[in-house]
Design a protein around this ligand. Structure first.
Ligand code: GLN
Length: 487
């Protein structure tokens, strides 16, 4: 059910917030042992919030827009008084003394926190397997990964364990898991949404965004979390338009650009390619014009990203030194060995790998050759996009080259894992808004994602095209069949 449908039921008194919440928690109890999307459940607090909302509703009070809607939050967003681990031993016992801006806005809008969801450690990964607390499974096939790093938030929406959720996207961590789990995932324009209280991975790329069952639900959530924040100087001070108002408007005359290089990739699964091309045809039948465009630097995104993101991560993660907060080793001999051992034990192998790559790329003598060069290529990638947007309104590519892969299959091959973000990373490098939505299934019945990318701050048209496609294509007629878990 969509947020709008639930809100209607809540308003009509067909169901109370508490009943809705209890239903979600009992579903979590029966299914989440097999999916493992949640790291922390917030039952007591959620229950008292739901009761308050029910009382206010029966007293006839005016309620905020999302009153009583249960949300799951990726565990790298700080929640005051509630553990926030980043799926790392380093922050296993961290309880933030403050609330992130995005979650604060959700609670002010009446949203209820169901729980915190699993992720790749410090959001580094594409499968949720680098979590220090165990992997999350894909609800469509529990032997496969849900994607990552926001795999818990995507799986929770896909299996009906929350109404919508938040994730973060540095190189694809919202869109790729959305694609693998058959839900909608939106990465807004860099700076559209505040990052205050988001535990930093790569600050020039990180952005928070929603997962939802429908494009309209994602638009509702974006509406609430967007807008300037005095606590985040990278957050844009631009007015927030109405993201829901234009959704139903026709898209005839829209120019949709198919990025040639993306459809010519070696690793692109033929089924993913065909299904995405069919989605493009559907948009054409709705009156959009299809135009082939070339972004020659698009495919250099991955090598550029794997210099810039680890460089920024190595700086951001320097704060975990065993002194200020986080895990501290027992080593008492001297400061250096205490810090070294804290970091060697507190961080898992993927995080350590990123810190090593980043430190190397930034080190004296290599900074110009690697980091600066990567920044130059980043500029070229942005220019490719700007050129493309001179002749089209929206760009279209598959979200990920493949559908969900088997758990463990990329374990010893980080490069293979990195390649699953080939098509999502360029939008982060250029700061552009981008959405993934389901466009079909492969022959194993696994969902395939369609990625749309818009120009800076053009979320409105992005959502409009996505919504029109969703309404006409009617892909998600069924949810993953989780009954096998119940039986
Ligand atoms: N999978 C990419 C990485 O490992 C992107 C992660 C993200 O977007 N947080 O870095």
């Amino acid at each position: 059910m969509t947020i709008a449908e639930w809100l209607r039921k809540l308003r009509n008194g067909e169901v109370s917030s508490l009943e809705l919440l209890n239903e979600q928690f009992s579903r979590i109890k029966s299914i989440d042992g097999s999916i493992r999307s949640y790291l922390y459940l917030n039952y007591e607090q959620a229950k008292s919030e739901a009761i308050k909302i029910d009382e206010a509703r029966s007293a006839g009070e005016d309620l905020p827009p999302l009153a009583g809607v249960p949300f799951a939050i990726k565990d790298n967003l700080c929640t005051k008084g509630i553990p926030t681990t980043c799926s790392s031993r380093m922050l296993e016992n961290f309880v933030p003394p403050y609330e992130s801006t995005v979650t604060k806005r959700l609670w002010q809008a009446g949203g209820i926190l169901i729980g915190k969801t699993n992720l790749d450690e410090f959001a580094m990964g594409s499968s949720t397997e680098t979590s220090a607390f165990g992997a999350t499974a894909n609800p469509w096939d529990v032997s496969r990964v849900p994607g990552g790093s926001s795999g818990g938030s995507a799986a929770a929406v896909a299996s009906g364990l929350c109404m919508a959720s938040l994730g973060s996207d540095t190189g694809g961590s919202i869109r790729q898991p959305a694609s693998f789990c058959g839900v909608v995932g939106l990465k807004p324009t860099y700076g559209r949404v505040s990052r205050w209280g988001l535990i930093a991975f790569a600050s020039s790329l990180d952005q928070v965004g929603p997962f939802a069952n429908t494009v309209a639900d994602a638009a509702e959530v974006l509406q609430v979390i967007s807008g300037a924040d005095s606590k985040d100087s990278t957050c844009l001070d631009e007015p927030v338009p109405n993201y829901v108002a234009n959704l139903s408007k026709p898209i005839s005359g829209f120019r949709i650009g198919l990025i040639k290089e993306c459809f010519e990739q070696n690793g692109l699964s033929p089924e993913v390619k065909e299904t995405n091309l069919r989605a493009a045809d559907m948009l054409q039948s709705l009156g959009a014009e299809l135009i082939e465009v070339s972004c020659p630097r698009f495919v250099d995104g991955i090598s550029t990203y794997y210099l810039i993101a680890p460089s920024e991560a190595s700086a951001n993660l320097a704060r975990y030194d065993g002194v200020k907060y986080g895990y501290r080793s027992e080593e008492k001999d001297n400061l250096l060995s205490m810090t070294t051992l804290s970091r060697a034990t507190g961080f898992g192998p993927e995080v350590q790998r990123r810190i090593l790559i980043g430190t190397y790329a930034l080190s004296a003598g290599y900074g110009d050759a690697y980091y600066k060069k990567a920044q130059q290529v980043r500029t070229l990638i942005s220019r490719d996009f700007q050129k493309a947007f001179e002749c089209v309104d929206i760009l279209l590519t598959p979200t990920s080259p493949t559908t969900a892969f088997k758990a463990g299959s990329h374990k010893d091959d980080p490069l293979q894992m990195y390649l699953s973000d080939l098509l999502t990373i360029p939008a982060n490098l250029a700061g552009l808004p981008s959405i993934s939505l389901p466009c079909g299934f492969d022959n194993l019945g696994l969902p395939i994602g369609l990625q749309l990318i818009a120009n800076v701050l053009d979320e409105n048209r992005l959502l409009q095209v996505a919504h029109q496609y969703e309404q006409h294509a009617e892909i998600m007629k069924h949810a993953p069949n989780n009954d096998f878990i119940l039986n």
